[in-house]
Write a protein that binds this ligand. Sequence first.
Ligand code: SF4
Length: 295
Amino acid sequence: MPHKQMNIPAKELIDWYDRSRRDLPWRAADVTAWQILVSEFMLQQTPVARVLPIWPDWVRRWPTPSATAAASAADVLRAWGKLGYPRRAKRLHECATVIARDHDDVVPDDVDALMTLPGVGSYTARAIACFAYRRPVPVVDTNVRRVVARAVHGLADAGAPSAARDHADVAALLPDDERAPQFSIALMELGAIVCTARAPRCGLCPLDRCAWRGAGCPPVQGPARRAQTYAGTDRQVRGRLLDVLRANDSPVTRAELDVAWLTDPAQRDRALDSLLADGLVTRTVDGRFALLGEG
Ligand code: SF4
């Protein structure tokens, strides 16, 4: 058995997952590949707790790619609500349209075909292939990179991402049998709920041979990372402007948008310009503003 696999033994990890996994609705046995894809779009850069209230209603309302494609882009943006990064909603709508039109309403099952879809990058393609179709592909997110950095390499934190190196790292850990997809899922879950960034709960961890813990938990090397803030950012201003548009069924005037952010008019203008450039907002012929497709 290769050395790396000894640090993360499949049996211990998968047994732990079976005992400790979170009961998330998109993990239920009757959830379709499309509904898993929707969850992956929503979970990009967004915590589980914010996706939980949105996903069930969404997949009930639009259970298939064709049902989603038939909805208006504005309705999709509205239902996206406060999930943030609203370009994802637009991409999801485009993705539904392509699957309905070019793939007989069925989500493709291989990574290369998945990566041709709008909004589907390397991580999302692998996650769908693994979670929905049980393909034995490495699925590498921030949580997985951190577990591997600690358990295998003895480092407090993963370095800069490198798709080729990270995939090779995790591919070397996957068991060479039908347990591979379950192993990938369990590794992600361990990083999400036990081997967390700030306070790993090593006492609950099934990995007895973790290299980082074995080395006495050495600190992070290099400068500390600055925490990301949201207040006052262009993202927050974009969110405020979209809130106004979502709350109105008809186009709004410039003055109605202006009151959403009075602190810095130049920043507000920049945020509005970026929403127009991203195609999330349109300008009507009489100079008012509306959600995509409602102008
Ligand atoms: S022992 Fe601690 S640091 Fe190592 S993988 Fe488990 S939770 Fe992470």
